[in-house]
Ligand binder design. Structure first.
Ligand SMILES: [Fe+2]
Length: 188
């Protein structure tokens, strides 16, 4: 979830294109195995504000955005599942990004996340800094952060376009759709 201290920096607007196999997400079986693993160690309410329904909406937001930004779909999808997976509080937990970053490395070592070095670095960065309020980053990382910030409606906050990284996310109709989903609790 986005935090305080937002920085306004010059944005990188050129979509970055990835190789064809980077445009896919993982198989259902692999994803289900990862989710089972994460659920077994999740410390908070699985259906809470940082639990599975939020992960699903972040993934949905992210994959929609990636179609426009050119961000790596595999990284965006994995970010949705991992970025809050090591939260220890639903309220104030400033280190949860660092723990999510460590989780990326752990899951890669365990074979539950299979990414190349470049994608791993992007996922690591996206997870580590997702609550720092930054705007400037690689477009895949920006897509991840926007996907998360677009789900702020679940805690009663309408996403501020000035705090979104990509032009795609600042689209008023997209923000409105994401907000409606976040308020209703719907995933799709
Ligand atoms: Fe989040």
């Amino acid at each position: 979830m986005a935090g305080r201290g937002y920085e306004t920096r010059r944005l990188r607007t050129e979509p970055r294109r990835y190789a064809a196999d980077d445009r896919s997400t993982d198989s259902s079986a692999r994803t289900n195995g990862l989710i089972d693993h994460l659920r077994a160690s999740f410390a908070l309410d699985w259906r809470g504000v940082h639990g599975a329904p939020h992960w699903a909406r972040v993934r949905r937001n992210g994959l929609e955005l990636a179609e426009r930004t050119g961000g790596c779909r595999r990284v965006v999808s994995l970010f949705a599942f991992l970025h809050d997976a090591r939260r220890e509080s639903d309220v104030d937990d400033p280190q949860h990004g660092e723990r999510a970053s460590a989780l990326v490395e752990q899951l890669r070592d365990e074979g539950l996340v299979t990414l190349g070095d470049e994608q791993t670095a992007l996922l690591d960065s996206a997870c580590r800094d997702h609550s720092a309020g930054l705007l400037d980053a690689d477009v895949t990382v920006q897509t991840c952060w926007d996907a998360d910030r677009l789900d702020l409606g679940r805690v009663g906050v309408f996403p501020n376009p000035d705090r979104l990284c990509t032009p795609a996310a600042r689209d008023r109709s997209l923000i409105a759709r994401a907000y409606r989903r976040s308020r209703s609790g719907c995933i799709d």
